[in-house]
Ligand binder design. Sequence first.
Ligand code: R5P
Length: 302
Amino acid sequence: MTLILGFQDYLPQAEKLALCLSIPIKQVDLHQFPDGETKVTLPEKLPKQIIICRSLNQPNDKLIELIITASAARNQGVEYITLVAPYLCYMRQDKAFSTGEAISQKIVGKLLSEYFDSVITIDPHLHRIKNLTDAIPNTAAITLHATDAITSFLQSKFQQPVIIGPDEESEQWVKAIAAPHQWQYTIATKQRYSDTEVNVSFSDADSPEHTKLNLTAQDIIIVDDIASTGKTLEEAVIQIKKQNPNSISIIVTHAFFVDSALQHLNRLGVNNIWSSDSIPHSSNAFSIINTVAIQLNKHGTK
Ligand code: R5P
């Protein structure tokens, strides 16, 4: 029998996964010492296989706690540990953009590979590498997608929405979401100047499909994997509003919406802002846990 280990900050999702897989769940207890260190207490009598379910947003403390948990589990005789981290941290820093910058993706990936036999995540931010196994070597590293869950969710809300991706990277998700229903879609081009300065444009010659699409009076859905500062989405909304659509909704897989990102988007008159439960957030509207459960059910919990 496999056991799920959950943590307080991601417990509803871990419990849902346990329910979907019909396996038990127990909680890892964390105690913060006054100096910032963490005491990690595992349940006793762990089975040979466990699944640790915790998303890796705000990752620095969590990574240490997961490593301590995995090591302590091995000391109890656990032989196979799967990490289910719907949001996988440090995947964006996949090259040294200037001299001296650490390639965090490789470093964190190697660290995870030393402690986990298998890592399952949802739409990690992989741009310069194709496969998650390139980032997390010698591990069963599995990438799942939120697109099916997004399509089902949107289908319950709209008849014929127009799906928009704010940058070239979003094309993979936009196409997968639009294709099953032949919804129209288009992809913008984005230039990022800094963490908070981006330019999103629909008029680029490389994006001829946009010119064919009339957004006036349409229900527009902007799709992205991550909303962090929200600037990408803000710029897309500003451009789209010029065409007087009927409504503008935003749907993302991983919702950070740092600082006042959500307020800025609301102030622009965005009708809906939805996200998956990969990261707990007030915008969570649909779950990706079923997607994880289907994978684990199909291939076994080992
Ligand atoms: C970038 O390529 C990603 O797909 C997102 O568009 C990006 O991470 C969003 O960041 P922000 O919300 O800070 O503009």
